[in-house]
Structures are given as C-alpha cells and as structure tokens.
Design a protein around this ligand. Structure first.
Ligand code: PGA
Length: 244
C-alpha cells in the first residue's frame, strides 16, 4: 500500500545511478522545452553530475536549447574566488555551463568572495525576485537533511543568508578538498522559504542517502531535518536510486 505522502509527491524509484540521472534529465528536458526562457535552480555535489552529463548530451545533439535559460544556484562557499577549483562556480562551469549554449550572463550563484555578505544576500534575493522566481529547483540532500546549505536549526530559514557549516557537512565535503581544514567554515545559501517558493522541485538522492530520505519524506516535519519541509510542497518530484 502506498504511504499517504506518496500520493502527494511523484516518486521515481530507480535501480541505478544512470537510470536516476536519465529520469531527472527527462524532467529538466520537459521543463526547458515547455519554457525555454525559464529559471532553473541548480545544485552542486556528486549526485547531479550524471544529470548534467545528460543535459550536455541533449544540448549537443540539438535536443535542448539553453540560449534563453536563466539559472540560479543554491549556494556557494564563503571566501573562495569563483575560479577556485572547489568553488561551486567552478563546479558549475566544469560540469554544465561550459558544455551547453547558455550565455554566461544568464548564470547566477551567490558570490562567496563578496566583501559585504549581507549586501550580497540581499542582492541574490532581489535577483531571484527580478527573474520571477524559480520554475524548477534541483535539490540534493545532505546526510543531516540539509538542502542547499540550510543545516539543521531551530527554525526554517527565509531568504539567502550566511550560514556556519556543521562538522558533519565539513567532513562530508572534505573528500573534495586536500583535507578537512581547507573546507570553508561558512557558506552563502538560498533560504528554505525561497526554495519552497519554486514552482516545481526535484529531489535527487542515491542509495547512500536512503535513511535520511526516508526521515525527510516520511518522518515529522521539523527544522532539525530541513528537507522534511518538502513534504508540504505541492509539486515535488523525488528521483532516487538503490545504487550508491
Ligand atoms: P552530494 O551532496 O550530492 O555530494 O551527496 C548533496 C548535498 O550535500 O546536498
């Protein structure tokens, strides 16, 4: 029998990482075809790399056009220049932007190298508003239930803000740095409210995230598991696979 919650969300349970990436690419492809000048909310991390590979292939073969698409990313580390190899700007250029026909000026991330973080958060919120909000927001999930860099907290956050990363996030992300001490302690992240205002959300997670996905989607809604708020989003696609 289906859980009540599964009736509200669209759940795609796949076996392999490739199948998960292909299913997510179909959702993106439909969105881009239906609204070629739409706003995509993008995410970094190892989970969406297969999806980005497919979007690049579809663009290459002429099936998808990114020339009018606008993008806003979820987050960026504080203190890293955009050309730093571990910055999320660098990641996005490498895995998606340089591989599709999107004008660089249409791509946006919070500026982690900003002098004034409060002003930068305000700029980012105003930018998202000026773009008309996010049509399709991609999310991964942290082992602690974070979405973007919204870590477990006493309340759900609002707009873009500077956050201190938890030790578990620093340890999880250390694999991409020379060692954990090089992982920045702070990041700028789109807030939960902005994420929830996206007209459609796609949550992507592989088998290694099974336990936290289960807690987020079927457990109590609590800011201690930030992704649990997704249970009340009206247009949520969950794309998961068994493979790690
Ligand atoms: P991952 O990160 O895709 O590298 O597992 C997801 C996240 O922390 O949001």
């Amino acid at each position: 029998m289906l859980y009540e919650k599964e009736k509200q969300m669209h759940l795609h349970k796949l076996q392999t990482y490739d199948e998960m990436s292909a299913a997510a690419a179909q959702i993106f492809s439909k969105q881009i075809t239906e609204k070629p000048d739409g706003v995509l909310g993008l995410a970094t991390g190892t989970t969406p790399i297969g999806l980005y590979d497919r979007l690049a292939e579809m663009n290459d073969s002429g099936k998808l056009d990114f020339s009018k698409i606008r993008t806003v990313n979820l987050d960026e580390y504080c203190g890293l220049q955009p050309d730093h190899e571990q910055s999320y700007r660098f990641f996005m250029e490498k895995y998606l932007f340089s591989r599709v026909n999107i004008p660089k000026g249409n791509t946006n991330l919070p500026n982690g190298a900003a002098q004034d973080y409060d002003a930068e958060c305000k700029r980012y919120d105003e930018l998202i508003e000026r773009l008309g909000g996010v049509d399709l927001q991609l999310l991964g999930i942290g082992n602690n239930g974070h979405i973007g860099f919204n870590e477990p907290a006493d309340f759900f956050s609002g707009g873009t803000q500077r956050v201190k990363l938890t030790e578990s996030t620093i340890q999880a992300n250390a694999r991409l740095f020379a060692d954990a001490s090089e992982v920045p302690d702070y990041a700028l992240t789109m807030g939960i409210k902005t994420i929830m205002l996206a007209r459609k959300i796609i949550l992507l997670a592989n088998g290694g995230k099974r336990e936290i996905v289960e807690r987020a989607l079927y457990g109590p809604i609590t800011s201690q598991v930030p992704a649990s708020i997704l249970q009340v989003h009206q247009n949520l696609e969950v794309v998961i696979c068994e493979e790690n």
